[in-house]
Design a protein around this ligand. Structure first.
Ligand code: PMP
Ligand code: GLU
Length: 397
């Protein structure tokens, strides 16, 4: 069967692939430690379970309005008002089956063939594939040499008459860096000067550690509201990855069109999951804070261990739950006679030899790197770090 050029060019999600492989190995009895997919190991908070059970008891088993149940859209508005001082009305909120389809729907509504999107690399694996699926083209601004913080002059250099928008993700997956207020103001200024839209993915906003603060670009620059789509969801904040609920907030006309795309695509997000998300937003704030504290401890543990390892370098992460490690000094070495000539070869050898799952940097547009998620227990981090250390010490020059 002949596949379309678009499908042929598509790469599967490396984060999902590594998660699947690690789960399969575990099921076959292997002692796998997964630093792979970015997924909290916590169970969803009790308020989520209770809200879901209550929804089942009420027999909330039908289609819901395509854009989401009014109760959840109102709850999202309340959350944004209280957390960021922003006023959105329910008609400016779209509930999706995760943030991932919402990002796709946004590109579907914002890109004409050949339109360009400025993407900061390293970048989450799905952005570029989705941009391409929607007929757009990514223009990559590399931040690897500037501690993963983009420079405004580099952004300006990347602009062309075809530039349609800027894609911003803070706290950043995979680097864990946060963009500060000055940088976000600068990016908003460029968007204003060049009449660009901004897709602002803040799905890790609740997970920041130490001094660093998460800044919302619309709270900083209210005039940017008309050109900005905010993307968020319950997956990370409330440890609800499997429930599949995300939300997008922005200008009404864009949200209405995204809702129309969704109406031909997934229809509404799962009815029970939407009610579970109402429970999360209403009652699970203390659970989120407890998870944040746990992530901070785990980050400190992982960072401390990594700091003592040979070959590798990294930028101290301030948010999300990832450390993005530079393994370029390992490339060209061998492990048990096998040449490690790429980040992918490194990841495969590490998984085969030590059963430690990680994600290679290449699908994040950062070859020669490795992403480690610390969203797992301190015991697992401790054991996984011992294995990584052993692996590195057994590399042959
Ligand atoms: N944005 C970023 C930066 C992510 O890492 C992810 C992965 N969870 C998503 C969006 C999508 O999350 P979900 O579809 O689970 O809401
Ligand atoms: N976003 C998470 C990650 O980067 C989960 C997998 C995915 O959706 O890509 O690992």
């Amino acid at each position: 069967m002949r596949l379309s050029a678009r499908a042929t060019a598509l790469e599967p999600s490396a984060t999902m692939a590594v998660a699947t492989k690690a789960k399969e190995l575990k099921r076959s009895g292997k002692p796998v430690i997964s630093f792979g997919a970015g997924e909290p190991d916590f169970t969803s908070p009790p308020a989520v379970m209770e809200a879901a059970k209550a929804a089942m008891d009420r027999k909330e088993t039908h289609y819901t309005p395509g854009a989401g149940i009014p109760e959840l859209r109102e709850e999202v508005c309340r959350y944004y008002r209280e957390r960021f001082g922003l006023t959105y009305e329910p008609a400016q909120v779209l509930i999706g089956a995760g943030a991932k389809p919402l990002v796709y729907e946004a590109f579907a509504c914002l890109l004409d063939p050949g339109d360009e999107v400025v993407v900061f690399a390293p970048a989450w694996v799905s952005y570029v594939e989705q941009i391409r699926l929607c007929g757009g083209r990514e223009v990559v601004v590399d931040t690897a040499e500037t501690d993963f913080i983009p420079r405004l002059e580099d952004v300006r250099k990347a602009l062309s008459p075809r530039t349609a928008g800027l894609l911003i993700n803070t706290p950043c997956n995979p680097t864990g860096v946060l963009y500060d207020a000055d940088l976000l103001r600068g990016l908003a200024r460029i968007a204003e000067e060049r009449d660009l839209w901004i897709l602002f993915d803040e799905i890790y906003e609740r997970f920041t550690y130490g001094e660093a603060r998460h800044e919302n670009i619309v709270a900083l620059v209210p005039e940017a509201a008309d050109r900005t789509l905010l993307v968020n969801g319950v997956s990370k904040t409330f440890a609800m990855t499997g429930w599949r609920v995300g939300y997008a907030l922005g200008p009404k006309t864009l949200l209405a069109k995204m809702g129309a795309v969704q109406g031909h695509f997934t229809s509404n997000a799962c009815s029970i999951s939407q009610w579970a998300s109402v429970g999360a937003l209403k009652e699970a704030d203390d659970d989120v804070e407890a998870m944040r504290r746990a992530f901070r401890k785990r980050r400190d543990l992982m960072v401390e261990r990594l700091s003592a390892m040979p070959y590798i370098h990294f930028v101290q992460p301030q948010g999300a739950f990832y450390v993005f490690v530079d393994i370029r000094a390992c490339l060209g070495t061998s492990y048990r006679g096998k040449l490690l000539d790429s980040d992918l070869a490194f990841c495969n050898s590490l998984l085969d030899a030590e059963y430690v799952a990680t994600v290679p940097g290449s699908p994040f547009l950062a070859p020669g790197h490795l992403r480690l998620s610390y969203a797992n227990s301190a015991e697992e981090i401790d054991e996984g770090m011992k294995r990584l250390y052993r692996f590195l010490n057994n590399l042959e020059a």
